[in-house]
Design a protein around this ligand. Structure first.
Ligand SMILES: Cc1cc2nc3c(=O)[nH]c(=O)nc-3n(C[C@H](O)[C@H](O)[C@H](O)COP(=O)(O)OP(=O)(O)OC[C@H]3O[C@@H](n4cnc5c(N)ncnc54)[C@H](O)[C@@H]3O)c2cc1C
Length: 495
């Protein structure tokens, strides 16, 4: 594929000014989301959470003529999807950003809402920054060419793909080896089954820290196998490469104008059916109805769709309480630790040096770097994911110390110019009251096999959405869409 076609705009609406697009409304509701005042006393369905999953669910319910209300704790929609306006006026994402092949649901939604995509810059070499004898290396392909790591990496990748291909994404706990895999962490497995455990263990951090906000020792092997299995769709089995790659992988494309345009446009279609500044504190249910209590008043409804991260679901008071097994599941689904750090430059200077802006390092604050420049490459932006134990090291230090460490990491990969950005921005999701971490809730050993069956099991009149409940692309925007659609179908069938 040529450089030109790699960066073509996708979505057909590229020629249309993003701000000028008219978004269709549902049955003529042209009002905006409400931010204060009393909520309607009665609706058919209350959706808790105005992230992508909740908004998708609400729209699907509303399209059937049922009355619906989204109650959102924050003063904005989008949840883990959040645009950030740079000093230059350009937009980058503080949260979810990338999409790729087999993520058909988020891509179809973006196309419908006329949010165009562009391909991530992939021309040129990637950089691997090793503290070992090899030092800094430029390379092509997926895995850094470190001879001390390559054999283990190849076997591990093959093994994960093989096991992932055997797993039922709906029921990973049903695999004959599920208990064995769920009784160890990915870190345990690596220590017992590789030639150079510290080498491959260190490299795999460059995948788990951005992808889970966690280290291999925090992740059940079964959970990781399931995550790989989920990196596909009904016709293409999930693979490690599709999950981790840029070209032909989950990091292949971004949205022009930023991914938050998707929830913003969904909310604009829903209009006053979205209530902001309305955190849910308690949900009471009986055989005939449910009452959802928020800081803006109570709403009585026939069904509830919960579309919030697991840590937030368990913080709500439930009457009657959640079944013990479901509460145990939620208690074992804590969010990862992750922040995004971006450095902005007049131009993406690394491209002139034949580098694509992707880098991995076995040390320092920048374990994984991406070219995060807008589609027109003005300005140039480098993005670092700081997650897991790297977040514990750098996330808790001062802004000045972290900025310096991040720029140093970029400079080791892409040269001294990286030390002099025109702007530096960061977003720490562990500090977000209504998310509590990022990018996804993680599972330690024992969780999936003991309580996994509870994931999508309704609790009386309450149904579960949110990306964590998806069977494909769980943890991703695509999973959020899928889960919202599935929960809406459940509720529509019963209401
Ligand atoms: C840093 C980062 C990077 C990421 N990178 C990618 C990526 O590149 N590609 C990708 O596909 N995905 C990525 N993700 C993941 C993706 O953003 C999420 O999977 C997706 O947005 C989750 O959507 P959701 O609707 O399920 O949940 P959320 O977006 O978390 O929405 C839940 C909503 O519920 C609200 N809420 C919480 N508690 C309450 C309450 N008590 N009452 C009312 N409302 C409440 C919250 O405010 C929030 O708006 C990333 C996420 C982060 C944070």
């Amino acid at each position: 594929m040529t450089a030109m076609t790699r960066r073509t705009l996708i979505g057909g609406a590229a020629a249309v000014g993003v701000g000028a697009l008219t978004v269709g409304v549902l049955d003529g509701a042209a009002e905006a989301a409400t931010t204060s005042g009393a909520l309607p006393a009665n609706v058919d369905v209350v959706v808790v959470g105005g992230g992508i999953s909740g908004l998708v669910a609400a729209r699907q319910v509303a399209r059937t003529g049922r009355s619906v209300l989204v109650v959102e704790a924050r003063d904005r929609v989008g949840g883990r999807v959040l645009n950030h306006r740079l000093g230059t006026g350009d937009t980058i994402e503080s949260g979810g950003a990338f999409v790729g092949p087999t993520q058909d649901h988020i891509i179809a939604l973006a196309n419908e809402l006329k949010v165009p995509m562009f391909e991530e810059y992939v021309d040129g070499k990637s950089v691997y920054n090793s503290s070992g004898l090899l030092g800094r290396q430029e390379y092509d392909g997926t895995v850094p060419p470190d001879p001390l790591i390559l054999p283990d990496a190849a076997v591990l990748q093959y093994q994960l793909d093989q096991w992932a291909s055997e797993i039922d994404v709906d029921a990973p706990w049903a695999h004959p080896r599920a208990k064995e895999w769920d009784s160890q962490t990915l870190g345990d497995y690596i220590r017992k089954n590789t030639v150079n455990p510290s080498g491959i263990g260190n490299l795999i951090n460059c995948w788990t820290q951005p992808g889970f906000g966690a280290d291999p020792d925090q992740l059940s092997l079964l959970f990781v196998i399931h995550y790989v299995a989920c990196s596909g769709n009904e016709t293409n089995k999930g693979t490690f490469e599709r999950n981790s790659n840029t070209a032909d992988g989950a990091q292949e494309r971004r949205f022009i104008g930023g991914s938050q345009l998707i929830p913003l446009r969904l909310a604009s279609q829903l209009g006053s059916r979205v209530a902001l500044n309305a955190p849910v504190t308690r949900i009471d249910q009986n055989s005939t109805h449910a009452v959802v209590r928020t800081s803006r008043g109570a709403v009585t409804c026939k069904r509830v769709i919960m579309a919030v991260p697991p840590e937030l679901s368990r913080a709500i008071q439930w009457g009657p309480d959640l079944p013990a097994a479901h509460r145990a599941l939620l208690n074992h689904m804590n969010m990862g630790d992750l922040m995004k750090c971006d450095a902005v430059y007049d131009e993406p200077f690394w491209r002139a040096d034949g580098l694509n802006g992707f880098g991995l390092s076995d040390h320092g604050a920048v374990r994984a770097a991406f070219d995060n420049s807008p589609a027109d490459a003005k300005p140039g932006v480098l993005l670092a994911f700081v997650g897991g134990s790297t977040w514990k090291q750098y996330g808790l230090t001062t802004l000045a110390a972290r900025r310096s460490a991040v720029l140093q990491g970029f400079a080791e990969m892409f040269g001294e110019k990286a030390l002099h950005p025109i702007e530096y921005v960061e977003h720490d999701w562990t500090k977000e009251r209504w998310t509590k971490g990022a990018p996804v809730a993680i599972m330690a050993p024992g969780t999936l096999t003991t309580w996994g069956r509870e994931l999508r099991k309704p609790h009386l009149r309450t149904h579960w959405a949110g990306t964590e409940t998806s069977t494909y692309w769980t943890g991703y925007m695509d999973g959020a869409v899928r889960a919202g659609q599935r929960a809406a179908r459940e509720v529509i069938a019963l209401t």
